[in-house]
Design a protein around this ligand. Sequence first.
Ligand code: 13P
Length: 251
Amino acid sequence: MRIPIIAGNWKMNKTTAEAVTFVQSLKKELGQLSDRLCVICPPFTALLSVAQELKGSGIEWGAQNLFWETEGAFTGEISSRMLKEIGASYCILGHCERRKILKETDEMVHRKVKKALAEGLSPIVCVGERLEEREKGITFDVIKSQVTQDLEGLKKEEVLRCVLAYEPVWAIGTGRNATPLQAQEVHAFIRKLLGEQFGEEAASKVRIQYGGSVKPDNIDELMAEDDVDGALVGGASLDIKSFARIVNFKV
Ligand code: 13P
């Protein structure tokens, strides 16, 4: 059985003070979760304070990026070792905003995935097609190319520690979510790819989140799909009531 995983990607939002207030409320809203996992990914500056606030709560946390080298002259970058030292469990990698704005390639994402795994972090690896790619009918080719390159050469044990996130670029921050059927179709395809590349165990155990305009009013129908194992939530994760409702999706 795959334990559903709902993650909040705060992107470049919330000061440390705002983040702490938010997680204090979140702990009260959620209580102890038993059949699902909640992960918060705040900006780097808020990580340590959020980590302290979340101790013992069962809510996990992670970063939104890391660099593939261990240390050295890489101005502005953060290493997996630094994240591990403060207790991070997860790290979002390959988000389409980084691919688009910062020109991150699959080769770069792959190096980051390797580094995260080597340090004991679980990468949340984001893939997804752009609108023009969907319209051209090449969604599956794009997804296959991203998954294959981002996870290239990983051992099965490493893949089992990854979470994949299907985030169609056209659904991010647009209010236009993929329909449950569209999500299911791509999730099933990703699962098939995992099976072909890493074997049945990886296919059946790796969790695949959906991301892109997830809201309280569409989470239940998305989670009802067989291969949707969670959500990576942007805008709606910034509001306590919305996010708590999403984490408390109804099965
Ligand atoms: P929105 O939920 O704001 O569409 O963002 C999704 C996302 O990018 C999560 O990583």
